[in-house]
Design a binder for this molecule. Sequence first.
Ligand code: C2E
Ligand code: MG
Ligand code: MG
Ligand code: MG
Length: 282
Amino acid sequence: RARQSGQGRYQFYEADMSARSLDRFELETDLRAAMQRQEFELFYQPQIDLQTGEVSGAEALIRWNHPTRGRVPPDQFIPIAEETGLIHPIGQWVLEEACRQACLWQEEGHELKVSVNLSALQLNNGDIVDVVRQVLQQTGLSSRWLELELTESYLFENFSRSARVLKRLRLLGVSLALDDFGTGYSSLSYLRRLTLHRLKIDRSFVKGLPDDPGDLAIVNTIIAMAKSLSLEVVAEGVETAQQHQSLLALGCHTSQGYYYAAPESAQAFRHRLATFRRAEQY
Ligand code: C2E
Ligand code: MG
Ligand code: MG
Ligand code: MG
């Protein structure tokens, strides 16, 4: 409380709080309507295979095109969607839309995976395996072209339960990636017991490459550890040629970031695929 700071300051604080909760209330109301109004859109960011220089996949990232606020970033509305339970219909829409898009890529001759972020709540819901199976059936996408990105916070809240869900997802044939890796508390022994395919190194560690010895050591260690566990590594948040070179030298498999491309609309991404020439890249 701002009690000791005097009366004026206290009132200011209260006014600020109510403005914020009003804002939050409005966002929540708008979020409930956003689905019907078709205000959500998926953007796609390419993932580059560092060995071949080719686009090997794309991460689907949700965007909310709000009628008056403009584009609301996911960090601002995913938490509200989680608190209100709206994450379930929204998450299902994301899965459907991403799979539909990946089918189009396949039809156009581009064999690449689509990666979809799953919220912890979606995984805890119990029927996530059925949802994924149904979406694959409805869209006709082969499960080998779908990757699900999970975060550590979920996995280690209820480890044995998550391990079972992951096993069932893996039986469907989808790939599993651990997102923002290094920011949580995964230990080697836990990682070994999960049926994961890839680790995504959090961008906070990529940031200091190649000059920061601490970041370099961390990224090097993650890559070595992943190799020993037969996991692939994706670097996130690659913004410069120096970071790209450094990751290449460290033996990282896959790379993603503004250096290659920012997330873009489905249409722009398809155009990128159609015009992408390996020779002129990286
Ligand atoms: P994330 O899954 O770790 O996604 C990566 C974020 O980093 C994205 O932010 C992306 O735009 C951004 N990014 C990509 N390259 C660079 C770079 O070179 N530099 C920097 N500074 N940033 C880069 P975005 O799209 O705002 O998404 C933020 C977070 O929201 C995601 O983090 C993910 O946790 C969540 N999210 C996004 N879409 C969905 C979704 O469909 N469902 C769920 N449950 N969560 C989602
Ligand atoms: Mg992600
Ligand atoms: Mg991430
Ligand atoms: Mg994240």
